[in-house]
Design a protein around this ligand. Sequence first.
Ligand SMILES: Cc1cc2nc3c(=O)[nH]c(=O)nc-3n(C[C@H](O)[C@H](O)[C@H](O)COP(=O)(O)OP(=O)(O)OC[C@H]3O[C@@H](n4cnc5c(N)ncnc54)[C@H](O)[C@@H]3O)c2cc1C
Length: 364
Amino acid sequence: MKLAVVGAGLLGKLLAVQLSRFHQVDLYEQTSLKADKSAGYIAAAMLAPTAESVISSELVVELGCHSMTLWPEILKKLPHAVFYQQTGSLILAHNQDRGDLHSFSQRLKAKNFEFVTSRQITDLEPEIAGRFHQGLYLPTEGQLDNRALYIALNQQIMASQVEVFANTHVEIDGNTLTASGAKIDYDWIFDCRGIGAKPQIKSLRGVRGEVARVYAPQVNLTRPVRLMHPRYPIYIAPKPNNQYVIGATEIESESDKPVTVRSALELLSAAYSVHTGFAEAEILELESGLRPSLPDNEPKVYLEGNTIRLNGLYRHGYLLAPAIVEQALTLFNQANQLSHSYFTHVVELNRNVVKELNVLEAII
Ligand SMILES: Cc1cc2nc3c(=O)[nH]c(=O)nc-3n(C[C@H](O)[C@H](O)[C@H](O)COP(=O)(O)OP(=O)(O)OC[C@H]3O[C@@H](n4cnc5c(N)ncnc54)[C@H](O)[C@@H]3O)c2cc1C
């Protein structure tokens, strides 16, 4: 079978690796294989099924919890270690935002959280001792190092049977793919283009997010920390080597312009209000990206002709990707069996027709 995966962002890389265990796969990406413009490259890669339950459906929470069980298995098979941690997260509020913390706790659909006092916060994160008098601890949450994940997946792709077509913009029409002006037929196409699939998925929209990546040698936070904020929840996600991703704005806009001064000021001052050590941090990146989102902000995996579309991961790409890839593989196997049995049925039908014709000929 000839298979194509289009888009080498978060979903495309994960899927190409899985498919390549059993099939020859062509992987197309409009930028380089690094995919440093993809949402998955810019993301903070928090795995937050509990905190996100405030704004998500039960389906997202369920798929997110399932993905949390799949990530360790996926990471184990990679050529080098990727930082992954599941030691919970903290939600904090300054005194003036106490009410927001309380209302946030009431809106959590997932109930595995506990209120923590100033002393418990100090036990969990000694460097912010005394700064906060109330918070929530979400023990099952985690995060991973998405940059290291991309590198490890790329290595695995290069070492496998996957043929990579980088810097190749692709259009998909039925089971024909047009790449650099050439039309190529595939048995199955997996559309993992994120927001790039908008020409085909009309209801898809981009939700702008901005993040800062900093190097903060004076900060040693050990788990993701969210801060109640009047406009959007701001989080600080620790990465290896004292790097932190501070994010993220959420703006209903498809602008891919650089980060605005207002957003940068809000993100960085919120981080400073959590830990003064951020004052001396070096800003490594200020990035903006578009989260591919469907009207209900839920992910979808579906079949259209011979194309399997995976999209709508919104702000939950890392939280959901393993479960979504699993669903796509199940759909692919089912569709294959179906088309195989349909094919056998047609062959069988023809054989009977041929047999009957032979009988007729014999009678005549
Ligand atoms: C600021 C920000 C913070 C985030 N933080 C988190 C977080 O903490 N936790 C979490 O779970 N999720 C987070 N997300 C969401 C997550 O990043 C996305 O949901 C996820 O990356 C979507 O994966 P994808 O593979 O569908 O799209 P992408 O990762 O965007 O990949 C799509 C790829 O397809 C390529 N492509 C597009 N069109 C074409 C074409 N025509 N031809 C060839 N190639 C094409 C693109 O170049 C890109 O490489 C965040 C997102 C943003 C923007």
